[in-house]
Ligand binder design. Structure first.
Ligand SMILES: C[S@@+](CC[C@H](N)C(=O)[O-])C[C@H]1O[C@@H](n2cnc3c(N)ncnc32)[C@H](O)[C@@H]1O
Length: 192
């Protein structure tokens, strides 16, 4: 399988995932959550920064990380004036944080990486997160196909992949962008 050149996708304007706004499931979750306001949030694969911006607007110190220089430039242009929000280039699967985070929020990164690298992804979540930290994820749950990205995943596969190192607190069907109805599931985990 050939590696996706993510920066080139942004250069070509071939970014159907970018809806210009934060994920509806995240917007709903941020209303009335009981997170400690001092929590530091990481959004890996943040793209143009819409989800990271929603976290910062909700008052949390937030870092967005992505491989694509162009996506990060767009994120900075649009959102960097927001207090407590920063964007950095980085490879979530390979890098390690200077200081691990209290919560990782994922949206359309797991489905973007080669399914053969999903164990690496699960290890990366553990590496970037403090012990006892939280992992909040919106996953595509359509069947896994050879063609992608996006690559689907079953609910069972996701639960198997993370249950070793994480306790599942809650899972539900979130509100979606138009066209993604019944294709997404949201999971809230705590690192053991
Ligand atoms: C499908 S896009 C989703 C972007 C954003 N989450 C959104 O919903 O608009 C996947 C993003 O993950 C980034 N990405 C892919 N592999 C990555 C990795 N190993 N580390 C960091 N970012 C990565 C890509 O550059 C791209 O911006």
């Amino acid at each position: 399988m050939s590696e996706t050149n993510w920066n080139q996708r942004y250069v070509d304007g071939d970014t159907p995932w970018d809806k210009g706004d934060a994920a509806p499931g995240l917007i709903d979750w941020l209303v009335g959550n009981d997170m400690n306001p001092d929590s530091r949030i990481l959004v890996p694969g943040c793209g143009c920064g819409h989800d990271a911006h929603a976290w910062a607007r909700a008052g949390f110190e937030t870092t967005g990380v992505d491989l694509s220089e162009l996506a990060l430039n767009r994120a900075c242009e649009r959102y960097e004036a927001i207090p407590g929000l920063a964007f950095f280039p980085g490879n979530f699967l390979q890098d390690a944080p200077q200081e691990p985070y209290d919560l990782i929020f994922e949206h359309t990164l797991y489905c973007a990486i080669d399914p053969a690298r999903r164990d690496e992804y699960a290890k990366a979540v553990t590496r970037w997160l403090k012990p006892g930290g939280h992992f909040l994820a919106i996953h595509f749950t359509f069947p896994l196909t050879e063609e992608g990205p996006p690559f689907g995943a079953s609910r069972e596969e996701i639960i198997d992949r993370f249950s070793d190192k994480f306790e599942l607190i809650e899972e539900w069907e979130p509100r979606n962008f138009e066209g993604r109805e019944r294709e997404e599931r949201m999971f809230y985990w705590k690192r053991k």
